[in-house]
Ligand binder design. Structure first.
Ligand SMILES: *[C@@H]1O[C@H](CO)[C@@H](O)[C@H](O)[C@H]1NC(C)=O
Ligand SMILES: *[C@@H]1O[C@H](CO)[C@@H](O)[C@H](O)[C@H]1NC(C)=O
Length: 329
């Protein structure tokens, strides 16, 4: 029967198959080699970027340092907090060597209460970004943050340059799936992160993405608010984002630099989102008449101080938490 005959004579089919196999093997080997070389190169570049980004961040440069610009509260002094208790994070004009947010002392009325005391720099690397806080007084780096790789979701570790105390970790961890799901459903409390001191879970950071861009930091046991941040405006000096970080809360044992660093991550995230989604009015700092479309958010936040934002918006963490079950049912 014709159908039982092989399409090609035995020898020829073998030849084609064999050639294919050999070609595929050498292609795979070549590809593996290229990947290995790229992998090594990427790590070398990352190591160089890391070295560059962390220049000056070492304990011997911080012996007897008085940490100018640091805030003081019941939990600790300047050395403990490193940044003011209430501060503004103001986006800077991007530079070739990195993006940055200035840290400006502020107050309950969320106004500028002095000259910038420090700057958070971001240095982009091929594998992860490095963030460094440098004070203005001596251009001295005092705390840095970097992403931890091979983790589920986002995970950043914050370490003091003087090497004292435990490192703090902001981790999405197992919240990863819940976070994506909530975001997909468009819930008010879009993201939730855990904050560890060393290995101990001490707080949660809950982000609100719809309406107001804000973060609420809460004590994991007492649920008391430890700090809060809110996107104050999108037209600082015409076109830059400005965030208010308030770490001045009663009985809060969280250093101010932790809430500042966590807010910084979110500020960068929102800043990049703006490029795609939220249009900035180039005609001026006020953004009048833009009460529709994607710039609604900018218009809403504009010219609002935390003092007159309804409390359910500023301290929305708990409220959002309570709402989640209703919406899921
Ligand atoms: C959280 O609250 C507990 C009990 O009130 C307290 O002992 C702890 O220090 C608080 N943690 C932080 C990070 O403030
Ligand atoms: C912002 O607030 C000030 C003082 O309350 C007011 O004079 C000004 O018109 C406001 N700007 C906008 C854009 O609403």
């Amino acid at each position: 029967m014709a159908s039982a005959e092989p399409l090609l004579p035995d020898g020829q089919e073998d030849g084609v198959k064999g050639w294919c196999r050999r070609a595929c093997t050498s292609l795979a080997k070549g590809l593996a080699l290229v990947l290995a070389v790229v992998f090594v190169l990427v790590w070398i570049v990352q190591a160089i970027v890391w070295e560059y980004a962390t220049i000056g961040c070492s304990p011997d440069r911080l012996k007897d340092y008085d940490y100018p610009g640091g805030g003081e509260d019941d939990a600790g002094g300047k050395k403990f907090n490193l940044v003011p208790m209430i501060s503004l994070l103001a986006e800077r004009k991007p530079m070739w060597y990195g993006d940055a947010f200035d840290v400006i002392p502020s107050n309950e009325a969320s106004t500028v209460a002095g000259a910038p005391v420090g700057t958070w720099w971001r240095t982009t690397g091929p594998l992860f970004n490095t963030y460094m806080y440098e004070d203005v007084a001596n251009s001295q780096p005092t705390v840095m943050m970097r992403r931890k790789l091979i983790r589920l979701g986002q995970c950043h570790v914050i370490e003091r340059c003087d090497g004292s105390g435990d490192a703090y970790t902001i981790s999405e961890g197992a919240n990863y799936f819940a976070n994506r799901f909530r975001k997909w459903l468009g819930m008010t409390q879009a993201m939730s992160y855990k904050i560890y001191k060393g290995d101990t879970l001490v707080a949660v950071a809950e982000e609100t993405q719809n309406g107001f861009e804000s973060i609420s930091f809460r004590n994991i046991t007492s649920r008391r608010e430890l700090a809060s941040s809110v996107l104050e405006g999108r037209h600082f000096h015409g076109q830059y984002d400005i965030w208010l970080v308030d770490a001045q809360k009663k009985d809060a044992d969280l250093p101010a630099y932790v809430s500042s660093a966590a807010t910084l991550l979110y500020a960068f995230f929102v800043m990049h989102q703006r490029g795609h989604k939220i249009k900035v009015d180039p005609n001026g700092p006020e953004g009048h008449g833009s009460h529709d479309g994607p710039s609604l958010l900018a218009a809403t936040v504009e010219n609002v101080t935390v003092a007159n934002v309804p409390s359910e918006i500023v301290g929305s963490g708990l409220r959002a938490e309570n709402r989640v079950p209703d919406q899921l049912i």
